[in-house]
Design a protein around this ligand. Structure first.
Ligand code: PEP
Ligand code: MG
Length: 295
């Protein structure tokens, strides 16, 4: 019932076999927070920013700053992880993404596109650098394949912060992490000097299984519980544990109770789910902790 779902939601966050499980929420736009209460989650694990690209042109720095600042205000001291523009692939943006790529999923998308269009990326990074002083902000780059891309993004960001500060504008460089959603990044995870990792299982499964995530005909094959996908998740979690770097998972499987036992067994202790799935995931962790099953 609605009342008992609310009661579960209000419980202090879950633990499993005596270990605390951190549960964050994913948001697609600022309005997603209207019906969410910050005290029932550990923070925001993924704020997608592509909604800002839905208009005719990329919004200016002030518009972006206001959006990021509103989310940080909602979260208070809790961490907010904002992902830089992840356009391309299943998220084409007229005027930003490239036309005529034979295979957009393997094309200039995510961080690749932002590095190719630094004049657009710089506006977002300026807004984020200014927002960073207003709360517990972390920034992550999507679709990272090589350590050089992370370093190129970091350099752009650091130069922007320096310039803002030189102009007397309050700004700072936030913690920088990456999405682990390209198989190469999962396999070579120790090569990245990232402050945190967030596994994007939607894209990771797509690339590992060679299944277009938007092709319904492949749905039966598109199984995030495939042992090859779980192997990469487990390796990433293991690296984080050994190196003392936080690893979360923010793809759709994090909000699917049937996937929860596998994710916990992979060693994950941080998940980020849609707000609408939070109560059910807490409930499922409770059941698993008390020896119950998922269903
Ligand atoms: C993912 O790929 O799992 C992810 C969280 O990002 P998106 O679905 O926006 O690509
Ligand atoms: Mg993705």
């Amino acid at each position: 019932s609605r009342a008992s779902a609310r009661a579960i939601l209000r419980r202090p966050t879950a633990s499993w076999r005596g270990e605390r499980i951190k549960l964050f929420i994913n948001i697609q736009r600022v309005e997603d927070l209207e019906h969410a209460d910050a005290q029932y989650a550990d923070g925001i694990g993924l704020m997608r920013t592509e909604f800002l690209l839905a208009g005719r042109s990329v919004p200016d720095e002030e518009t972006q700053f206001q959006a990021y600042d509103a989310v940080l205000r909602w979260a208070g001291q809790r961490p907010v992880t904002i992902r830089t523009f992840d356009a391309g692939g299943d998220k084409p943006v007229p005027g930003f993404t490239l036309d005529g790529e034979a295979n957009p999923f393997l094309g200039v998308r995510g961080l690749r596109l932002c590095l190719a269009r630094p004049e657009i990326f710089a506006v977002q990074l300026r807004a984020l650098a200014r927002a960073a002083i207003r709360g517990n902000l972390k920034v992550m780059f999507p679709m990272v394949t090589s350590a050089d891309e992370l370093e190129a993004g970091r350099k752009l960001f650091a130069d922007i912060v320096q310039r803002l500060q030189a102009d007397g504008i309050a700004a700072m460089l936030p913690e920088l992490g990456i999405m682990v959603e390209v198989p190469a990044a999962a396999l070579a995870v120790s090569s990245f000097k990232a402050a945190f990792f967030s596994i994007g299982s939607n894209d990771l499964a797509q690339y590992v299984l060679a299944c277009d995530r938007s092709n319904g005909a492949l749905a039966p094959l598109m199984d995030p519980l495939h042992p090859a996908v779980l192997e990469l998740i487990a390796r990433t979690a293991e690296h984080g544990r050994r190196a003392g770097i936080s690893v979360s998972l923010c793809g759709d499987m994090a909000g699917d109770p049937r996937c929860l036992p596998a994710l916990l067994n992979c060693g994950l202790r941080e998940l980020s789910v849609n707000a609408s799935a939070l109560a059910q995931i807490k409930h499922t962790i409770d059941r698993l902790s008390s020896g119950g099953s998922v269903g």
